[in-house]
Ligand binder design. Structure first.
Ligand code: HEC
Length: 230
């Protein structure tokens, strides 16, 4: 092989590597990285695709300065939904009752939330479904259905009390935690039906058009230079 061809080959490989690098967007950072000493039940949750939404000591969420729509769902989830659906979206499991209710664990047997509850109380459900993890929410097919359930039927004790904004933010919050919300998407009442549940969000490919055009021009220049010299 002539030296000219070898140089050409080196250029070609460099060009291909640059091209692939420019096409590939960095993968989104995982929302939750489990600590090494995660307790066994949480390890099992994690295997099923659940993640920690709120740590077990339940600190108030800190909302970032420029929150995304999903970030805005964190506070209403913490204040309204977590009591029944858990700090890992695990639902009303025995494990969540022990962490979340401590002395109140048997609340629904006492007068506060049993069917003989006082007017300001409500009957506490014995079961609330998990919202995170594979094969959960099996009858909900897309973001529109999820939103409608939240907006019209939740919270369980006061259906229809959530605003449209909070319901959209909660939908985005849950879908992001489930890995189903494409990066950068803002849910609106008109685009909801386009986003499926039960499938991971498609990888967003950032095409960086400027960088690609530059590389293509460089490559054309390089090849015409080599060809002319032959
Ligand atoms: C007092 C307990 C309670 C609270 C608080 C509560 N939920 Fe629920 N949630 C339930 C119960 C019980 C069900 C099951 C209802 C049914 O099957 O009829 C449910 C069902 C759901 C479902 C449907 C799950 C499925 O598998 O189809 C979603 C989504 C949901 N809740 C979201 C929320 C959100 C978001 C909030 C906060 C705004 C919230 N819930 C607050 C008790 C609660």
């Amino acid at each position: 092989m002539r030296p000219k061809h070898i140089i050409g080959l080196i250029f070609l490989s460099a060009f291909l590597i640059l091209f692939v690098a420019a096409c590939k967007a960095p993968p989104p950072e995982p929302l939750y990285i489990p600590p090494d000493d995660l307790v066994p039940i949480k390890q099992a949750y994690f295997q099923l695709g659940l993640i920690e939404l709120v740590p077990d000591d339940m600190p108030m969420p800190e909302i970032p300065l420029n929150p995304t729509q999903a970030d805005l769902g964190e506070m209403p989830y913490y204040q309204i939904c977590m009591s029944c659906h858990g700090n890992w979206g695990q639902g009303l499991t025995d494990e969540w009752r022990e962490i979340g209710f401590v002395e109140d664990m048997d609340c629904w047997q006492s007068k506060c939330h049993a069917s003989n509850h006082p007017p300001e109380g409500f009957e506490f459900p014995r079961y609330a479904p998990p919202l995170l993890g594979q094969r959960t929410m099996p009858t909900i097919e897309n973001a529109e259905q999820l939103y409608t359930i939240i907006y019209e039927t939740m919270p369980w004790w006061k259906p229809g009390s959530l605003s449209i904004e909070d319901s959209l933010a909660l939908t985005a919050y849950l879908m992001r935690a489930r890995g189903e919300l494409p990066v950068g998407v803002v849910l609106t009442e008109s685009n909801l039906a386009a986003f499926d549940l039960g499938n991971p969000a498609p990888q967003v490919v950032d095409e960086k058009p400027g960088a690609i055009t530059l590389i293509v021009f460089l490559a054309i220049g390089m090849f015409s230079f080599i060809w002319k010299k032959q």
